[in-house]
Design a binder for this molecule. Structure first.
Ligand code: 5GP
Length: 212
């Protein structure tokens, strides 16, 4: 039986970070397809659009000037430079979602995660996805072949840098098998949704229970 009692709660920010090629993008897509309560945060970036990407869906693609203007206006919850391009998360849509009890999924790097934690520690649940081996990471990066050989080499070199931040995360998932990794993310999300401090409607509910 699925419950009908729906206690009002504040949404949470689910962060997924990993080196490129650890499977984070597929994991995010599967989670979004299987859970209607969570939506993807669409970042702003100065990186050129890849052919398969859609502006406004994958990223908001902007010029450096636009990005700097947004930084100056304080529109970002966090922002960072990754592989020479700027990336940032807009604050307003995230706060609106959290207030409505909707969860937001972030595909951001360790720098962004640190900033989110500083700004909104209680709202952030941070998961780090590790590849099962270095050889597998390299294989996945080559198989993707979206990027040039030079970009792949750069990303392998960056992988150590990214992975060295694993201890700053709440949960670690080793992505050997996508189904298992997804189940782990789903169970983390399920448990975190039940945290007392997110259940803003709980004291009213208990008060009613105790009235007898
Ligand atoms: P890509 O260019 O391959 O889409 O992403 C490159 C890296 O930038 C990934 O590690 C991704 O997690 C990170 N990234 C994407 N959006 C943001 C963002 O808004 N903030 C931060 N800090 N990192 C981001």
């Amino acid at each position: 039986m699925s419950g009908t009692i729906d206690i009002p709660r504040r949404g949470l920010m689910l962060v997924l970070s990993s080196p490129s090629g650890a499977g984070k993008t597929t994991l995010s897509r599967l989670l979004l397809e299987s859970d209607q309560g969570i939506t993807m945060s669409v970042s702003v970036t100065t990186r050129p659009k890849r052919p398969a990407e859609v502006d406004g869906r994958d990223y908001h693609f902007v010029t450096r000037e636009d990005f700097e203007r947004m930084v100056a206006k304080g529109e970002f919850l966090e922002h960072a430079t990754v592989f020479g391009n700027s990336y940032g998360t807009l604050g307003a849509p995230v706060e609106a979602a959290l207030r409505l009890g909707r969860d937001v999924l972030f595909d951001i790097d360790w720098q962004g995660t640190q900033q989110l934690r500083q700004k909104a520690r209680n709202d952030v649940v941070a998961i780090f996805v590790l590849p099962p081996s270095r050889a597998e990471l390299e294989r996945r990066l080559h198989a993707r072949a979206q990027d040039s050989e030079e970009v792949v080499r750069g990303r392998m070199a960056k992988a150590n840098d990214e992975m060295s931040h694993w201890a700053e995360y709440d949960y670690i998932i080793i992505n050997e098998d996508m189904d298992t990794a997804l189940k782990r993310v789903v169970s983390i999300l399920g448990a975190e949704r039940q945290r007392r401090d997110r259940l803003t409607g709980l004291s009213d509910f208990v008060r009613t229970l105790m009235k007898g």
